[in-house]
Design a protein around this ligand. Structure first.
Ligand code: PRP
Length: 204
């Protein structure tokens, strides 16, 4: 039997997801939706907790550089950075492998390298989603060769389908279902990045 507090939390979650479902046609121009996977409130609560965990993980005075993997992490890193209540710096890398499709091309292109120096600093690479793991496997080794003091991955979503992930994220927001996810930075052919929630699309 469920407790009263569990019922309240799940009722609130269902209500938030139903509200997002009503908003979806407006954001998407009437495109078909499979379902709302995480509401804005669910994401905000999880990101807040991750920010606190990251802030507490490092020694006082540690030189921390958040490195957002664009474009997908642009919303996540913006919220996450504001939940880390200690001094940090922020920079970005731009990589791309999916193009207009729903499966990785396997060809990860590094389109922009961070300007910030990396050597001797504590790097937190911020990913929106770990799917096949191709992006992380291609980029992390190259970053590690630049001599950071430490290097960790913080991923909002993890599908747990990557067979040979060389860099397991230390921080994961949510285990992700094996559906094509959009919103909160994630796209399909550049659409849907601006949704404030995470939705899934019908199978192609
Ligand atoms: C997406 C996503 C991750 C990566 C994850 O990026 O943002 O960075 O794929 O997939 P993987 O684990 O299978 O490599 P994408 O290449 O589509 O570029 P984007 O960030 O500009 O959307």
């Amino acid at each position: 039997m469920k407790s009263a507090s569990t019922d309240t939390a799940s009722t609130r979650r269902d209500r938030d997801r139903a509200a997002a479902e009503r908003l979806f046609p407006e954001y998407s121009g009437g495109r078909p939706l499979r379902r709302i996977v995480f509401s804005e409130a669910e994401i905000a609560a999880r990101v807040e907790a991750m920010g606190e965990e990251i802030g507490a993980h490092y020694e006082p005075g540690a030189d921390i550089l958040l490195l957002g993997l664009l474009k997908g992490s642009f919303v996540f890193i913006s919220d996450l950075a504001r939940c880390i209540r200690r001094p940090i710096h922020v920079d970005f890398l731009v990589a791309s492998s999916y193009g207009a499709g729903t499966t990785t091309s396997g060809d990860v292109k590094l389109l922009y390298d961070p300007c910030a120096p990396v050597e001797g600093r504590h790097l937190v690479v911020v990913e929106d989603i770990v799917d096949s793991g191709t992006t992380l496997n291609r980029l992390m080794g190259a970053l590690a060769e630049r001599g950071p003091a430490s290097i960790e991955v913080c991923a909002l979503l993890h599908k747990h389908v990557a067979e040979d992930l060389d860099w397991e994220p230390r921080w994961v927001g949510f285990d992700a279902p094996r559906e094509f996810l959009v919103g909160y930075g994630l796209d399909h052919a550049e659409d849907f990045r601006h949704l404030p929630f995470i939705a899934s699309l019908p199978a192609e």
